[in-house]
Ligand binder design. Structure first.
Ligand SMILES: Cc1cc2nc3c(=O)[nH]c(=O)nc-3n(C[C@H](O)[C@H](O)[C@H](O)COP(=O)(O)O)c2cc1C
Length: 300
């Protein structure tokens, strides 16, 4: 995770509580997004970090009358002024800078996202089969019923690229914590108006924080991604958008697709359990994904 970093400003502030060094760095993150530049301000005392502030060019929408660099420079002035006047207040205000929020962590080898708002529908059945297959393989599944959770929509603030944390402290934190250590992600989605349901789309968008973490903070372990989907209507064309959305999502997060099971005409069938051999097909797909997700033995 190396990229170009330049020192833009450096200054010292002497106070009765010690001498503080303030630095401002400019990082070129254009390998992530075209033209993305991040500014990092850091204050240290005796070599120990005591304050951190980051802002990137992507935080500023077109109609906002200021920009990342001027905000960072202004912040540096504010820090220097406050340090000179009230160094202890400065330390107090920044005591939690750069500290990651603790989120409930349910470790899992496979995270299974149940994306249908119906808790007892066909996607739930698929998610149950997938979880069984994970357990039978001696691994730990975590099934996430998205509709039970409070997950705010992504607001495109790009602040996750500054801190590795989302602006919102909601149920997404716990899901991301599980995802972080898993080797398999299974997405179970019904087709709604030709695409994924709104709640699932919100989840997919909020995984931008995972993208930021993986590319700028914690590389994380490699993952496989499996799609299980049901459509009311007959025909594979009904899955065109769902497969496009989910594969774009996997690609964005560096998740390697390991297969898909697409079940159409569910409005006629009603219950996927009546389809002979389907549960074995789903279990096989999960087993195969877990097997692919295992680390290849090191070569001599
Ligand atoms: C709001 C809504 C929109 C839907 N749109 C489509 C659609 O565009 N194409 C389709 O084939 N089925 C559509 N369906 C049917 C669902 O895909 C089907 O009922 C599916 O079984 C629901 O999944 P579940 O049983 O896991 O809840 C829609 C259902 C709902 C409730």
């Amino acid at each position: 995770m190396d990229w170009v970093k330049d020192r833009v400003l450096e200054r010292e502030v002497r106070t009765p509580d010690g001498t503080f060094s303030l630095t401002m760095d400019r990082e070129d993150l254009s390998f992530l997004y075209p033209g993305m530049v991040r500014y990092t301000l850091q204050a240290t005392r005796g070599g120990e970090p005591c304050a951190l502030f980051r802002t990137s060019t992507y935080e500023y929408s077109p109609t906002v009358p200021y920009d990342a660099e001027s905000v960072a420079r202004q912040k540096m002035e504010e820090w220097a002024r406050l340090l000179q006047e009230k160094p202890l207040l400065f330390l107090e205000q920044h005591a939690r800078d750069g500290i990651r929020t603790a989120v409930p962590d349910l470790p899992a080898d496979a995270v299974i996202i149940q994306g249908s708002p119906r808790p007892d529908g066909n996607c739930s059945i698929l998610a149950g089969w997938a979880a069984d297959a994970v357990r039978e393989a001696g691994a730990r599944p975590r099934v996430v019923f998205l509709d039970d959770l409070v997950i705010h929509s992504c607001i495109g603030c790009y602040r996750c690229y500054n801190t590795g944390e989302c602006t919102f402290d909601d149920d997404m934190g716990g899901v991301l914590a599980s995802l972080q250590g898993a080797s398999l992600l299974v997405i179970c989605s019904p087709v709604y108006t030709n695409t994924v349901p709104g709640g699932l789309k919100t989840f997919l968008d909020r995984c931008q924080t995972y993208h930021a973490r993986r590319r700028l903070f914690d590389p994380d372990r490699p993952k496989k991604g499996l799609l299980l989907s049901v459509a009311g209507r007959k025909g594979r064309s009904n899955f065109a958008c769902v497969t496009a959305v989910v594969s774009a999502y996997f690609r964005n997060l560096g998740i390697v697709p390991s297969g898909e099971v697409l079940i159409d005409a569910v409005d006629e069938i009603r219950d996927v359990r009546t389809l002979q051999g389907l549960d074995e097909k789903v279990r096989d797909a999960v087993r195969e994904s877990l097997r692919l997700g295992q680390k290849a033995p090191a070569r001599r």
